[in-house]
Ligand binder design. Sequence first.
Ligand code: SAM
Length: 351
Amino acid sequence: MDRRQETLIRRLAENHRLETEEYAALIRERDPESAALLAELAVAERRKWYGDAVYTRGLIEISNHCRNDCCYCGIRRSNRNCDRYRLTPEEIMSCCEEGYGLGFRTFVMQGGEDGYYTDDRLCPLIREIKARWPDCDVTPSLGERSRESYARLRAAGADRYLLRHETADPDHYAALHPPEMSFQHRMGCLKDLRDLGYQVGCGFMVGSPGQTAEHLAKDLTFIEKFQPEMCGIGPFLPQKDTPFGGEAPGSGELTCFLLSVIRLIVPRVLLPATTALGTLDPFGREKGLMAGANVVMPNLSPMSVRQEYALYDNKIATGEESAQSRDRLAERVRNAGFRLVMDRGDCARSE
Ligand code: SAM
């Protein structure tokens, strides 16, 4: 690590910001020594806000029907090899019931943009979950919807929403998505969610095709300005039936490096060690936690549909990735030096 790199890292830890070109230099010139210093500072920062707690969310993949055609995603509408399923509201309730029994207090309802899940279907479902388990949080992650729809879900009881921005560079966004999808619309959705009082999660894939250090630097500047409560980043992993099926996967090392940087930019952010990171590397989750992540999201979907939510090839959905194996997950988190806690785990408030 040269002098300039160390100066940037120490300034980032002190001020929680850098110039966009400085983020790019930090990424381009990284080496194991600078990654180790960043991780040490990131873990110390996380400890200030959250001690050794690692929060857990039960992930329910409610539908793999999707009207969108994102070039990287295995559930894109033009993938004819994807076996489509959709959980009924009753099936989602039984996932929550099982999850509640296992100790989960946050349910993330994720899915493709499925026209079946109108507000008129989602709102009663969210209300029912909140009525039966008032100590739980429901976090939809159902893509782009109208401001009015986000307002209705919020009024029904949703407190948080996850919507990755995917990339903060409009040209790169256009290279990853079909022409009918727009960067401005996605960013507009994030603004609407913020205006409506949600705790908002943004995020991006690391190593998506065409991504450069400059693109990642823009992502970091966006995160610095947006100050998300949650931020999901994981490596891009190819899915064979998509236009990007032959592309190389993203790097676990760079993902961990960026987890540390994001922890220093937004110290109190809830930062998952993602399924994609655990799929790329059997110790990916632990490495993510040791780089500054503090959330894990095991899978609570019915076993019968887990293979069908195939965003990328070889996605893990059993073993410690399964909500039913919570004790094994807790042990792995403990072995990495942390403590798995089951409560709602809201974002720590700023000073
Ligand atoms: N439809 C919702 C949305 O667009 O936000 C939620 C579901 S979407 C499948 C969830 C996330 O999966 C996306 O935001 C994307 O970053 C990630 N994803 C999709 N395909 C991926 C791939 N091939 N590798 C890694 N992550 C992927």
